[in-house]
Design a protein around this ligand. Structure first.
Ligand SMILES: Nc1nc2c(ncn2[C@@H]2O[C@H](COP(=O)(O)OP(=O)(O)OP(=O)(O)O)[C@@H](O)[C@H]2O)c(=O)[nH]1
Ligand SMILES: [Mg+2]
Length: 244
C-alpha cells in the first residue's frame, strides 16, 4: 500500500461514491478508509457496498458522532496497524479535489513529514465561499501563524498527507481539540518538534450536497487553542520531538 486515504463521514451519502471513485482512480496503489459515525443517511452502508464492488476500501463504523479529530485518530491508528507508510486526510464533501492527491503523497515520499493542501499559497484558490467565510479563514490562519510562529499559510486546511513516522511521534492521543483546531494543533506540534512541511496549492470548493458541520463552537475552540498554546510556548520547551 502506497498510502491510506482516511475519509471521515457524517451524512455524506450524496458525496461518498463520487469521492472514493476519484481517489481510487488517481491513486491506483492506495487504499481508502471511510470512518463513519453511524450516519443516519446510510453513508456506511453505501461505503460497504462500494468496498465490495470496487475493492481497496475499508469501512470503520463508530457508534456515535464523536468529532473529526477522533475520527482521524482512529483512522490513523488503523492505518499504522496495517502498515500504511503515508496517512492522508480528505473531507468527504468534495471540497477537496482528489486530483491533488498524487502531489501531496509525492511530497511526503520525497521527505516532507507533512504536505498541506493550501488555499493560501500562489496557485491556491477558494470557490463558492461567501466573503465572511473567506475572511474568517484567512485571518484565522494569519492569527494562528503569527501567534504560534508557524511559517505555514494554511494551518487549518484539512487536506493533507503525513508520513507515518510523524503521526507516531505527534501522539494524537493527547490532542486538546476536536474540530478543525486540531489541524492547527498538529501543525504546531510538528513545527515545534522539528518536522518539515511542504504546502501544495489546491482549489477548495464549497460543498454542494449535504450539510456543513462547522459551528461557532468549533471556531471558538480553535481560537482559544491558538491563544493558550502561544502563551504556553513562551514558558515550556517543545514536548514532541522528531526522532533524528
Ligand atoms: N466521522 C466523522 N466525520 C465527521 C464528523 N464531523 C464532520 N465529519 C466529516 O468531516 C468532513 C468535514 O466536515 P464538514 O461538515 O465539511 O465541515 P467543514 O469542512 O469544516 O465545513 P464546511 O466548509 O462548511 O463544509 C466531512 O467529510 C464530514 O462528513 C464527525 O463527528 N465524525
Ligand atoms: Mg466541508
Amino acid at each position: 500500500m502506497r498510502a491510506l486515504v482516511v475519509v471521515p463521514t457524517f451524512n455524506e451519502v450524496d458525496n461518498i461514491e463520487t469521492l472514493v471513485r476519484q481517489i481510487l482512480d488517481v491513486l491506483p496503489d492506495a487504499r481508502v478508509l471511510v470512518v463513519d459515525d453511524s450516519s443516519p443517511d446510510g453513508t456506511a452502508e453505501l461505503a460497504t457496498k462500494l468496498a465490495g464492488e470496487l475493492g481497496r476500501i475499508d469501512v470503520l463504523s463508530r457508534p456515535a458522532k464523536s468529532g473529526l479529530a477522533s475520527a482521524y485518530r482512529d483512522g490513523f491508528d488503523w492505518g499504522l496497524g496495517h502498515g500504511a507508510p503515508i496517512l492522508v486526510q480528505i473531507d468527504a464533501d468534495l471540497s477537496h479535489d482528489p486530483s491533488a492527491l498524487p502531489a501531496l503523497v509525492s511530497a511526503v515520499e520525497h521527505g516532507a513529514d507533512l504536505a498541506i493542501g493550501s488555499r493560501y499559497v500562489p496557485g491556491g484558490r477558494i470557490s463558492g465561499w461567501p466573503f465572511r467565510r473567506r475572511w474568517l479563514s484567512r485571518w484565522g490562519n494569519r492569527y494562528a501563524a503569527g501567534m504560534l510562529g508557524l511559517a505555514v499559510n494554511d494551518a487549518t486546511s484539512g487536506f493533507r498527507a503525513y508520513a507515518a513516522a510523524a503521526v507516531r511521534w505527534l501522539d494524537m492521543d493527547s490532542l486538546h481539540t476536536e474540530g478543525y483546531g486540531f489541524q492547527v494543533e498538529m501543525t504546531h506540534r510538528l513545527v515545534r518538534g522539528g518536522g518539515s512541511i511542504v504546502e501544495i496549492p489546491i482549489t477548495f470548493s464549497d460543498r454542494e450536497h449535504g450539510e456543513s458541520k462547522l459551528s461557532g463552537g468549533i471556531v471558538r475552540e480553535a481560537l482559544w487553542l491558538v491563544t493558550r498554546v502561544a502563551v504556553r510556548d513562551v514558558f515550556r520547551p517543545a514536548r514532541w520531538r522528531r526522532p533524528s
